[in-house]
Design a protein. Structure first.
Length: 177
């Protein structure tokens, strides 16, 4: 009798890619919840619940290290859900910075609530915009189809291979606007 027999009797469980999701918890929780309902069987979607209540520290270095070590490490991609207030949120900026520091892929998704102005443009977090412009990050509209979602993730991962295009020189936001 083989000692490996029990290993082969277990159903195959593919490893789900870990994806960090950054968003404005007060305004855009419904969109995060929708993303989880749609894609949690395929992706391990991770968010930083502690930042909603705030990490119990005023030390910026400690907060950044906590974001990097507890949430960004172990993922390969950060999705930034961009709603009407996302560009004003310091923790979204910090999570994007931590993602870029780790040279992980970055995908911005325009939520249906983020409508273009009369000039046809939307306002998104500045650090995300810098990296879309440089070609490092990928930008997509709200996605509900699994094939389109997987395609957006693959596009972001492909773009992230060129780490020389990372733009991460902005000062970190010191407060919410």
């Amino acid at each position: 009798m083989s000692t490996y027999g029990s290993l082969y009797s277990q159903p195959y469980q593919p490893v789900k890619p870990r994806v960090f999701v950054s968003y404005h918890h007060d305004n855009d929780q419904v969109w995060y919840d929708s993303l989880v309902r749609s894609f949690a069987n395929t992706y391990d979607l991770v968010t930083d619940r502690s930042l909603k209540e705030s990490i119990d520290s005023d030390n910026v270095d400690y907060v950044m290290r906590t974001i990097r070590e507890n949430f960004i490490t172990g993922t390969s991609l950060t999705i930034v859900l961009c709603g009407t207030e996302s560009w004003k949120r310091k923790y979204i900026d910090w999570e994007i910075k931590a993602t870029l520091d780790k040279e992980h892929a970055l995908l911005g998704i325009q939520l249906p609530t983020l409508v273009a102005g009369s000039n046809g443009l939307v306002t998104i977090p500045a650090r995300l915009h810098d990296n879309i412009q440089s070609g490092f990050a990928h930008w997509a509209g709200w996605i509900t189809e699994p094939i389109a979602f997987a395609g957006a993730i693959q596009a972001a991962l492909a773009k992230s291979k060129n780490t020389r295009s990372i733009v991460n020189s902005r000062d970190m936001m010191g407060r919410n606007l």
